[in-house]
Design a protein around this ligand. Structure first.
Ligand SMILES: [Zn+2]
Length: 171
């Protein structure tokens, strides 16, 4: 069984429960949607689609949610942990101050106690810890001296001189 892809960026998204859609979509968006089930979350940072429904073709854009989708924003506030209210800037401040952040362990502890409400609060309908680690790792990368980048970024030029429009995988 193949995973249905985001119609805009072609990324593979995971399927959401209807609860995520009904909790986080603006009311006028809910009124517009013909279904609540079968939506998938698009994980691509620079794709404005948050949810897509492959059977009906319906999509919900990040501006149509009640919350900001921190993983798809470059300007603060960028909420990452919706259950316990942590913003990307908090993790970045921790890393720049002390080289690491204690918040992820704190979040994991609260999840273990069953205090998380990811399906209701997080637009991706799942635990934020993967995103948290991504943000922390990116912040650590910025803090460390950048390693030399030997030619890995140089794109092949096609023989006819037309360059392929490759997806930007810069993180
Ligand atoms: Zn997408």
């Amino acid at each position: 069984m193949s995973t249905p892809l985001c119609p805009v960026c072609q990324a593979k998204g995971r399927r959401l429960k209807p609860l995520t859609v009904t909790s986080l979509a603006r009311s006028e968006v809910l009124a517009r949607l013909t279904v609540r089930e079968g939506f998938h979350y698009c994980p691509t940072a620079d794709c404005a689609v948050v949810w897509y429904q492959p059977e009906t073709g319906e999509v919900v854009d990040k501006s149509e949610l009640k919350v900001r989708v921190g993983m798809k924003e470059t300007v603060d506030p960028r909420p990452i942990c919706y259950c316990f209210g942590h913003d990307a800037a908090e993790f970045e401040a921790d890393v720049s101050r002390q080289g690491h952040s204690d918040i992820p362990a704190e979040i994991a502890g609260k999840c273990k106690q069953g205090l998380d409400r990811c399906e209701e609060k997080n637009p991706q309908g799942a635990c934020c810890l993967g995103n948290v680690n991504q943000v922390v790792q990116a912040a650590k990368g910025k803090r460390a001296p950048a390693p030399a980048q030997p030619f890995a970024q140089v794109a092949d030029t096609a023989c006819c001189g037309v360059e392929e429009n490759e997806a930007d995988d810069g993180k």
